[in-house]
Design a protein around this ligand. Sequence first.
Ligand code: NAG
Ligand code: NAG
Ligand code: NAG
Ligand code: NAG
Ligand code: NAG
Ligand code: NAG
Length: 505
Amino acid sequence: MWELNTFAHCLMTTMDRAVLLLLCACSTALSAKPNILFIFADDYGYHDVGYHNSDIKTPVLDQLAAGGVKLENYYVQPLCTPSRSQFMSGRYQIHTGLQHSVILDTQPNALPLGSATIADKMKDAGYSTYAVGKWHLGFYKNAYLPTNRGFDSFFGYLAACEDYYTHNHCDFFNTSICGHDLWDNTNPVFTENGHYSTHLFTKKAIDIIQKHDKSKPFFLYLAYQSTHSPLQVPSQYMDQYSHINDTNRRTFAGMTTCMDEGIGNVTAALKASGQLTNTLIVFSADNGGQVQQGANNWPLRGMKWTLWEGGIRAVGFVYGDMLKNKGTINRQMIHVSDWFPTLVGLAGGNTNGTKPLDGFDQWKTISENRASPRTEILHNIDPLTKPRGETLYNNTFDTSIRAAIRVGKWKLITGDPGNGSWTPPPELGKETTVEQDDALRNLWLFDIPNDPSERHDVSAANPDVVKDLLNRLANYQKTAVTPVFPDGDPKSDPKLHGGVWRPWE
Ligand SMILES: *[C@@H]1O[C@H](CO)[C@@H](O)[C@H](O)[C@H]1NC(C)=O
Ligand SMILES: *[C@@H]1O[C@H](CO)[C@@H](O)[C@H](O)[C@H]1NC(C)=O
Ligand SMILES: *[C@@H]1O[C@H](CO)[C@@H](O)[C@H](O)[C@H]1NC(C)=O
Ligand SMILES: *[C@@H]1O[C@H](CO)[C@@H](O)[C@H](O)[C@H]1NC(C)=O
Ligand SMILES: *[C@@H]1O[C@H](CO)[C@@H](O)[C@H](O)[C@H]1NC(C)=O
Ligand SMILES: *[C@@H]1O[C@H](CO)[C@@H](O)[C@H](O)[C@H]1NC(C)=O
């Protein structure tokens, strides 16, 4: 509890002021709500952090993770919008209509209103709420802008895949629809051309930390675009990677190191302003790495966009003085949807005003290594991906639909899960094993703790497990809302809005 009343009482009393003020200072310091800094790295693969792969230099992340709790059984979603939507809402995509793909710039689509976001709940709990970086949760109406979704301020990109220097980008499908996308609250910013976004977002985060009114706790959502494509970085960050021959990988490695430096600068600003000891830092990748764009998930199978482990098993850690078991590795099942109840709970908030959450409060799991309240993860059910093969088991779930579920040690995948190649990092100089599966094959079962690289499908030997997991998928599907994936709207074209991607309805 935050002892605001004690503080007020302190100031008013005519009793022994010195003693009371001392007590008051102690109780405030001990019981003040923690600040929360949540950092998303974009398209950052499992093999792209120094503590998983010493060829990549991330000294800051390595040090923070080593002094905090490394999450080594941590899952996210295979794409940007899906993971961000689950972080913001605490809800699975089957419950928000965002089952399919990402929100495209021209689509009139967004994380639906009607359920409070994590920022709304932090604000209710007395926090100042700041967002810096990439949004990618829809912007076609003003109501969907970050400053209308619980954030006091926003600086960054509404969409995705921006040029790191010009802050412009073109639509994913129609590359003749292009515009500028850098925002300071609801105003477009044209004065930062040439300023690399990792530096820019770092500087904004530091400004916020320095100017923050310390009588309130803060929630800072720092969503770097690093290390998403386009592959761009100031050359000095690539200097130490001359041994990596592959140009994409070398550039990507530089982007990683630059982001690491930025997080080091943000951490130093927290320390210099006396706020580090009362700040919980969470670091998370938003999805698996895109191996065609320099990232890597070795030894996991698959990549970004896919339901293989390489798409969803992520780098994540938590750092902060309030952790009881600093310096440990946590192997409990934790999912990106869990941050909502976990962080709001830590903030002493409540989940009033949300629709039913799919996340679990994992604070004791992380801080004390108690057993995770989560025993399963619905990775997704996406009826809009082209069906593959036939229904294999009667009266259960239609196995032609793209879906995956994890229950205990078992993971079941159906439909078309996406590219299931095993891709070693170029610096290892090994061959990629391209998936050779039958094009109509649509069901796999893996024992993940014993086979994290998904090399041994054990569905044939475990038909009862398969049926049980298919039934669970069918039960989840009964609770799903209709997926929303509208056609692009010509009215979104930046040419109609002063060259800017902005709300058009
Ligand atoms: C791409 O967008 C431009 C401008 O709106 C339009 O004229 C063109 O028809 C679009 N192309 C496709 C393939 O949709
Ligand atoms: C970190 O701070 C140093 C020193 O001010 C600066 O030179 C560097 O560009 C900063 N890095 C990032 C990524 O912001
Ligand atoms: C949640 O909202 C209800 C109704 O407004 C209120 O009675 C209750 O006290 C709230 N719970 C918390 C924990 O604030
Ligand atoms: C599904 O039903 C068909 C027709 O009744 C039957 O031939 C087939 O063996 C059943 N498949 C399974 C896996 O039970
Ligand atoms: C799958 O990804 C690998 C790279 O890891 C690539 O070599 C292969 O061509 C991809 N397969 C398809 C069908 O795109
Ligand atoms: C990188 O290139 C150098 C020079 O061409 C070569 O000797 C080395 O084996 C290459 N390394 C890898 C991992 O391919």
